[in-house]
Ligand binder design. Structure first.
Ligand code: B12
Length: 209
């Protein structure tokens, strides 16, 4: 299945058009959509994640790789029926109320999707009630909370408190430049990750525990 290797290379190079073409080629060759996703698109995104964590690639490369991944996904997704795409879990994520920063959150989303998770993005400036509503509606296993301002970190605490009634069903992950493991522990979050690739590792760990 040389075409899968070609998909991986094109994705890591951030070539969205090529990924789209090669994904179609793989389908034409009779390769199952789930194989293309898992052994081509997600496999390549995992490599990007590791490189990002090791500072071998940076934000722009991750963004173009993620765009290329979406280009491939767009071709295969319509062919997936029901639960053909084995989702690793569902995450609801947002940037807290008062905070408009979303570049880091969006990277987390891309890496999580690249790793096979379903992600519901609540956007920026998200009040506690909206997190609660989304948990009620989507029944996720994971909730991700992002904050980039020291002044909005307390809003993160309020969000964790607001989700108290659901803690036996969800794991809460927090992140953003001013956030630390110590702070995460203080506010009672289940986990903290310093970057998007580590967020995926953390999500896997939390779901396994
Ligand atoms: C871009 C930016 C903006 C843009 C945001 C655009 C956007 N769409 O996001 C704009 C111009 C809008 C902006 C506005 C402001 N900003 Co600003 N901004 C930045 C800047 C330069 C980069 C942030 C960024 O995107 N980093 C890159 C991403 C990839 O990193 P990241 O966000 O940390 O995310 C990674 C991890 O933290 C982690 N992560 C993030 N979220 C999550 C969530 C989970 C669940 C997990 C597990 C992990 C995780 O993974 C990510 C990927 O690896 C920073 C400076 C800096 N160097 O950080 C200042 C900075 C954050 N901003 C700052 C300030 C003060 C402001 C303003 C108040 C400025 C003003 N006076 O108006 C406003 C506030 C607006 C508001 N209410 O939010 C300060 C904050 C200071 C502080 N300690 O509070 C900073 C640090 C700049 C500074 N040195 O003064 N800003």
């Amino acid at each position: 299945m040389a075409v899968l290797e070609e998909i991986k290379e094109a994705l890591m190079a951030g070539n969205a058009n090529k990924v789209r073409e090669l994904t179609q080629k793989a389908l034409d060759e009779g390769i199952a959509p789930t194989t293309i996703i898992n052994d081509g698109l997600i496999a390549a995104m995992n490599v990007i994640g590791v490189k990002f964590k090791n500072n071998e690639v940076y934000v722009p490369e991750v963004l173009v790789a993620a765009r290329a991944m979406h280009a491939g996904m767009d071709v295969v997704k319509p062919l997936l029926t029901g639960d053909a795409l084995e989702e690793k879990g569902t995450m609801v994520i947002g940037t807290v109320k008062g905070d408009l920063h979303d570049i880091g959150k969006n990277l987390v989303i891309m890496m999580m999707e690249g790793a096979g998770f379903k992600v519901i993005d609540l956007g920026i400036d998200v009040p506690v009630e909206k997190f609660v509503q989304a948990v009620e509606e989507h029944k996720p296993q994971l909730v991700g909370i992002s904050a980039l301002l020291t002044s909005t970190m307390m809003q993160m605490k309020k969000t964790v408190e607001g989700l108290a009634a659901y803690r036996d069903k969800i794991k809460i992950m927090v992140g953003g430049a001013p956030v630390t493991q110590k702070f995460a522990d203080e506010i009672g979050a289940d986990g903290y990750a310093p970057d998007a690739a580590s967020a995926v590792d953390l999500a896997r760990q939390l779901l396994a525990s």
